[in-house]
Design a protein around this ligand. Structure first.
Ligand SMILES: Cc1cc2nc3c(=O)[nH]c(=O)nc-3n(C[C@H](O)[C@H](O)[C@H](O)COP(=O)(O)OP(=O)(O)OC[C@H]3O[C@@H](n4cnc5c(N)ncnc54)[C@H](O)[C@@H]3O)c2cc1C
Length: 433
C-alpha cells in the first residue's frame, strides 16, 4: 500500500496531516517540481520586498517530512500518470507506484496572446512561485522601472514587493479598479490611494496591447490600448491563474472549470483524489461549482482527501470566496458577494474616517461583506455567510458595525455557533503582512 501526492503545498500538507491521523506507517511520497520544502506561497511578496527572511518562509518545520514519514521528491516533475498501471511517471522516466493518488498541482498563471510576447522574452515574469520572486529580486538590482499587468491580488502583491525594493512600479488594470472583483468602487479608490501614496502608480480601464523588446530580446516597455507607451525593464504578467490540469488532460479524470471531484474529493477515477486550486468545488453562496483558489480551502480539501484516502469517511461541503490583504498598513477583508448582482440584494455601508464596512444582504441572509481599516470578527461574518442563517436578529449589530457585540451575541445565543468552528474560521484568514 502506498500514497502518492503530486504537489507539495497547502492541499498536500492537509492531506499528509490527515493521513497520518489515521494511518501511521504506510509510505507517503510527495512529488514536487519546486525544489523547496513546503513554503507559505503568499509570503513570496514579502521575501521579494525583503520583509520576510528565507528562514521564515516555510509552512512546516524542516523535520516535517521525517516526522510524518514522508519521502519528499523535490525538484522532480511528474510528466504523466499511468492510471491503469497505477503509477506516476516522472520527467526522467522514473515510475512511482501508488495505490491512492492525490493531485494537488495548484494553479498555473494564464497568459493571453499579447503582440510581441513569446515565452523567450527576457525580464518578463509571472508571480506565483518563490523562484519568480527570486528572479524579480535579481532584476530589481539592475532595472528600476516595472509594469505589472493585472491589478488583482497577485498583481498587487508583485507590485508591493517590487516597490519595496526600490523599483518604480505601475499597475495596469483593465477593470475599473484594483481588486475589481473583491472590492467596490469606494474601497477600490481607497486601496488605490494607499498604493499611490506609497509609490505604486495605478492605471485602470486599459490593458497592454503590445510588448516592446530590444535586440537582445529583453522587454523595454509596453504599449497600452489607448496608444500610451510605458517604459519598463521588468514586466510582470498577473492576469489570472487557472487550475493546473495538465496531467489529467484527455484522461478519465473529468475536468470542467477545474478537476471534478465528489464530496470526498475523489475524482472520476477511483483511487485518485484532487484538492486545492486545481479543483472546482461547491460555492455555497452561488450554489454552483467554482474554482475558489485560497489557502484555507486548499488545506481543508487536502484534509478531506487525506482522510478518505486513509479509509475514513469525510466530506467537503463547499466554501465561499474570501480575501485578506494588508496594503501598506490598511487591512482589508472581503468575503462572499461584495457587489450586489441582483435587485434582491441590498447593501449597507458604514464609513467612519478610514474605516469602511459594507454588508450585502439578501432578505434575511448576509451574503457578503467588505471590511476595511478595521477587520475584527471577519471570521464571524464568514460563518454567518457560510451557514446561510437568518441574520434578522443580528442586523442591528451588523449595521452599527458593532462586530464585537455581534461576536458575543453569537457565542451566547446562536445554537449553530461552535467555538471551534469560529476559531478555525478566524485562523483560516491568512493575514499576511
Ligand atoms: C502572491 C500570492 C499571494 C497569495 N495570497 C493569498 C492570501 O493572502 N490568502 C490566501 O488564502 N491565498 C493566497 N494566495 C493563493 C494561495 O497561495 C493558493 O490558494 C494556495 O497556494 C493553493 O495551494 P495548493 O496546495 O492548491 O497549490 P499550490 O500552492 O499552487 O502548489 C501546487 C504545487 O504543485 C506543483 N506542481 C504542479 N505541477 C506539478 C507536476 N507536474 N509535478 C510536480 N509538481 C507539480 C507546483 O509547482 C506547486 O509547487 C496567494 C497566491 C499568490 C501567488
Amino acid at each position: 500500500m502506498s500514497y502518492v501526492i503530486i504537489g507539495n503545498s497547502y492541499a498536500a500538507v492537509g492531506a499528509i496531516e490527515a493521513i497520518r491521523q489515521v494511518d501511521r506507517d504506510t509510505a507517503i511520497t510527495v512529488i514536487s517540481d519546486e525544489p523547496y520544502r513546503c513554503y507559505a506561497r503568499p509570503l513570496i511578496t514579502f521575501w521579494l520586498g525583503r520583509a520576510t527572511a528565507t528562514r521564515n518562509m516555510y509552512y512546516r518545520p524542516a523535520d516535517f517530512y521525517k516526522r510524518k514519514k514522508v519521502e519528499p521528491m523535490l525538484g522532480r516533475r511528474a510528466a504523466s500518470i499511468d492510471f491503469s498501471g497505477r503509477a506516476v511517471l516522472l520527467e526522467n522516466g522514473d515510475r512511482v507506484a501508488y495505490d491512492k493518488l492525490l493531485i494537488a498541482t495548484g494553479g498555473k498563471p494564464f497568459i493571453p496572446p499579447i503582440k510581441g510576447y513569446t515565452p523567450g522574452v527576457k525580464h518578463v515574469h509571472t508571480f506565483t512561485k518563490w523562484d519568480d520572486a527570486k528572479a524579480l529580486y535579481a532584476l530589481s538590482k539592475r532595472h528600476k522601472k516595472a509594469v505589472v499587468i493585472g491589478g488583482g491580488l497577485i498583481g498587487l502583491k508583485a507590485s508591493e514587493g517590487l516597490n519595496d525594493v526600490g523599483v518604480d512600479t505601475t499597475i495596469v488594470e483593465l477593470g475599473p479598479r484594483v481588486l475589481a472583483v473583491a472590492l467596490d468602487e469606494y474601497s477600490g479608490q481607497v486601496a488605490s490611494r494607499r498604493l499611490n501614496d506609497n509609490g505604486i502608480k495605478t492605471v485602470t480601464g486599459v490593458t497592454a496591447q503590445e510588448i516592446l523588446v530590444n535586440k537582445k530580446n529583453e522587454v523595454t516597455g509596453v504599449v497600452l490600448q489607448d496608444g500610451r507607451r510605458m517604459e519598463c525593464g521588468i514586466l510582470v504578467l498577473a492576469i489570472g491563474v487557472r487550475p493546473n490540469v495538465d496531467l489529467v488532460k484527455d484522461t478519465g479524470v473529468s475536468v470542467e472549470r477545474g478537476i471534478v471531484t465528489d464530496e470526498r474529493m475523489q475524482t472520476t477515477v477511483p483511487g485518485v483524489y484532487a484538492a486545492g486550486d486545481v479543483v472546482q468545488n461547491y460555492n455555497i453562496l452561488m450554489a454552483r461549482q467554482d474554482v475558489i483558489a485560497i489557502v484555507p480551502l486548499a488545506y481543508e480539501q487536502g484534509r478531506v482527501a487525506g482522510l478518505n484516502m486513509a479509509g475514513r469517511h469525510a466530506e467537503y461541503k463547499g466554501g465561499i470566496g474570501m480575501n485578506s490583504v494588508e496594503i501598506y498598513g490598511l487591512p482589508i477583508m472581503t468575503m462572499g458577494l461584495t457587489n450586489p448582482v441582483s435587485e434582491s440584494q441590498q447593501s449597507e455601508v458604514l464609513v467612519e474616517g478610514e474605516i469602511y464596512r459594507k454588508f450585502v444582504f439578501e432578505g434575511n441572509r448576509l451574503v457578503g461583506a467588505i471590511l476595511m481599516g478595521q477587520v475584527d470578527c471577519g471570521g464571524v461574518l464568514t460563518h454567518l455567510i457560510r451557514s446561510k442563517r437568518d441574520v434578522e436578529p443580528l442586523k442591528e449589530y451588523i449595521r452599527r458595525g458593532d462586530l464585537l457585540a455581534l461576536s458575543a451575541f453569537i457565542k451566547t445565543e446562536c445554537s449553530c455557533y461552535s467555538p471551534e468552528w469560529v476559531r478555525a474560521q478566524e485562523s483560516g484568514f491568512y493575514f499576511y503582512k
